[in-house]
Design a binder for this molecule. Structure first.
Ligand SMILES: C[S@@+](CC[C@H](N)C(=O)[O-])C[C@H]1O[C@@H](n2cnc3c(N)ncnc32)[C@H](O)[C@@H]1O
Length: 263
């Protein structure tokens, strides 16, 4: 079982971008570009920006390129972001307390980071405060409540699914949080469907099975991680004995939940 929910991103920052060697999430990038266009973004903020992958997708493909701010708790992740683009304005801070004056941004977004934040309603309130009227706040994440039977990691590593239920709010909760804070036109859209099937032993070459590849496995003790791998090997051996092949499935939908700060 996982005991902590805090991931040390400094430790994995140098290898973090290996997870998108096959290309960054194109649907997420397009959705962010659409929002940037809608608000005619001149100043954008990525909360929990990590190595700046989403900022890169936005800045490289949206003209005129907005001034890009990134905020992250991990100095190591920010160092990687700065290496990619020295123009990023990077801030080492915690998302519930962004050090910006009111009405600083046209667009604020948060990709695969919201579940890490300690006080989620406080983050939404802070985003509201530092957005200009007419600006948009968007959260991109997946909802583990709808992925229970669709990700092999949940099947083989004990406690991971339960930990995710504690970390990730349901999509409906996110919507409610935005509405309660004062956002209007709150809606959600599916922006990226990751679908992958890996057959048999090839699963052990899958990057996402590496312990340092995602927060779900990072949060496991070494012992729990090894137990999960052993469970997979046993299942494969059993299938082989029966002349069967095992399919390891990944079906993850990334949703964008967003709202407009009224004018
Ligand atoms: C899974 S990474 C996502 C990074 C990036 N948004 C992306 O899509 O690649 C989560 C990021 O959230 C950051 N983070 C975690 N807790 C935070 C907090 N309280 N305030 C700011 N950033 C935080 C981590 O340091 C890490 O860089």
């Amino acid at each position: 079982m996982s005991k902590t929910t805090r991931v040390n991103y400094d430790a994995i920052a140098p290898t973090y971008d290996q997870r998108t060697q096959g290309g960054y999430l194109e649907g997420v990038t397009l959705a962010l570009q659409n929002l940037a266009r809608q608000v005619k973004a001149q100043r954008v903020l990525d909360l929990g920006c990590g190595t700046g992958r989403s900022l890169r997708g936005l800045a490289d493909n949206f003209q005129p390129s907005p001034t890009c701010y990134g905020l992250d708790f991990s100095g190591g992740m920010l160092q990687q972001a700065q290496r990619f683009d020295a123009r990023y304005r990077l801030v080492n801070a915690s998302a519930p307390c962004p050090p910006f004056v009111p009405a600083s941004f046209d667009l604020i977004f948060c990709v695969h980071a919201f579940h890490h934040f300690p006080d989620k309603p406080q983050v939404v309130q802070a985003a509201y405060r530092i957005l200009r009227p007419g600006g948009i706040f968007a959260i991109v994440n997946f909802d583990p409540y709808e992925s229970r039977h669709n990700w092999y990691v949940y099947d083989y590593f004990e406690g991971v699914y339960e930990t995710d239920l504690r970390r990730f709010p349901r999509l409906a909760e996110l919507e409610a949080m935005l509405i309660q804070t004062g956002f209007q036109h709150v809606s959600q859209t599916m922006v990226e469907h990751i679908s992958d099937t890996i057959m048999g032993e090839a699963i052990f070459d899958n990057y996402f099975l590496r312990k340092d590849s995602n927060s779900q496995l990072i949060l496991l003790s070494d012992e729990a991680y090894q137990t999960g791998l052993a469970r997979m090997r046993a299942r494969l051996a059993e299938a082989k004995a029966n002349g069967e092949n095992i399919a390891f499935q990944t079906e993850i939908k990334n949703w964008m939940c967003y709202g407009l700060k009224p004018i």
